[in-house]
Write a protein that binds this ligand. Structure first.
Ligand code: FES
Length: 76
């Protein structure tokens, strides 16, 4: 799905940039070698950035809980 029509930036591009360490909209555009032009997409990019970050935190928290549960079970 196209997120930024000025730069043909897709949802996948945003995810890929975040996976590569982008944490700000400018870094997401830079990962594709572009920058915001009209700016209409920036609020959506910020929202996607937060959603991806929140999802990653949830996965990390679940992984930590699983490790702690496994370690606790190993102690008994
Ligand atoms: S739609 Fe992204 S800069 Fe214009």
């Amino acid at each position: 799905m196209i997120v930024c029509s000025c730069n043909a930036l897709t949802h996948h591009d945003v995810e890929h940039a975040v996976e590569g360490g982008a944490s700000r909209p400018a870094e997401i555009y830079a990962a594709r070698g572009c920058r915001a032009e009209c700016g209409n997409c920036v609020p959506g990019v910020v929202c996607m950035l937060r959603e991806i970050r929140d999802a990653r935190r949830a996965v990390m928290a679940a992984a930590r809980r699983a490790v702690m549960t496994t370690e606790a079970a190993a102690c008994h």
